[in-house]
Design a binder for this molecule. Sequence first.
Ligand SMILES: Nc1ncnc2c1ncn2[C@@H]1O[C@H](COP(=O)(O)OP(=O)(O)OP(=O)(O)O)[C@@H](O)[C@H]1O
Length: 340
Amino acid sequence: MSNQPLLQIQNLRTSFRIGDDYFAAVDDVSLTVNENEVVAIVGESGCGKSALAMSIMGLHPQERTKLEGKINFKGKNLLSLSTNEMNKVRGKEIGMIFQDPLTALNPLMTCGKQIEESMTVHTNMSSEAKRKRTIELLKKVGIPNPERTYKQYPHELSGGMRQRVVIAIAVACDPLLVIADEPTTALDVTIQAQIMDLLKDLQNQTKTGIILITHDLGVVAEMADRVAVMYAGEIVEIADVHTLFKNPLHPYTRSLFNSIPSSTSTKDRLHVIQGIVPSLKNLPRSGCRFKDRIKWIGDKEHEVNPLLREVSPNHYVRCTCYKNFHFSDEDVGDMNYGIS
Ligand SMILES: Nc1ncnc2c1ncn2[C@@H]1O[C@H](COP(=O)(O)OP(=O)(O)OP(=O)(O)O)[C@@H](O)[C@H]1O
């Protein structure tokens, strides 16, 4: 992993219009992804993970979305690019793997043609060269009979094979950065492991930077170099994967970790995070946004204007309330997810 920044997000705010007002789903997010680094983004449904990914890709509907801040990539602020300029980045320099391969693929086009499409848009390759590269890509993503799959339509493939095709599309033009938004959520468990292994292999070979959005902390432990935890549109904690798993500090991070079943824990009940992530309109906009879900921590123990602070080298936490947060004995888990 290099320390050369590939992507630098600075104070990003993504707001959606609901009625006459705009509401921020991503609020003052700053995040760097270095070359050849895997940064995982975790958090409950509705925290703003996909809104962040779609902001980087420039895929939000312009008429209903306000984007503020900067997304610097290769010396350019992506937020100031025209649609044409952004089209040149998307698919070529930044690839995206979506959650559901069935909706990501065009049902009316063969898999081969869909993989070739980005080469057609972004390169001057001849038809023969594109075909050759597509067959190579299909092999690389573990498709057993690439010539056959080249001619098949998405509905003729299993879910796992379809997601391999989606990955082939994402890496077809050798992007510097790949954003994988819950790439295995739509797949069954055995296939999930295969797809994550494939992504890991590809990343080892190509040294691509990856933003991996996932609910699965096991996947995070396996794949990520650094982890950003999001809650209610904000990053509440960032650290390298070892530090975060060994010493999670923010009450939200600790609650997330503690609500995952473990084969080694002796506790007989799972920890439940009280309440839910509020809807976009009802998100708290000031103070510690997690406050209402940890009511046993007094008001005075939260910062009025919590900022992400470096509490140890490269370990950042928002709000000092973590200093006063503890679970009851029965809640304390002992999971390490293979991190040693
Ligand atoms: N285009 C949109 N218009 C209005 N609200 C939106 C839009 N997209 C997302 N939201 C809202 O923004 C918030 C963040 O949504 P987002 O999809 O980013 O969450 P997420 O963390 O990716 O969740 P999940 O894990 O379920 O995908 C949610 O309250 C969601 O309803």
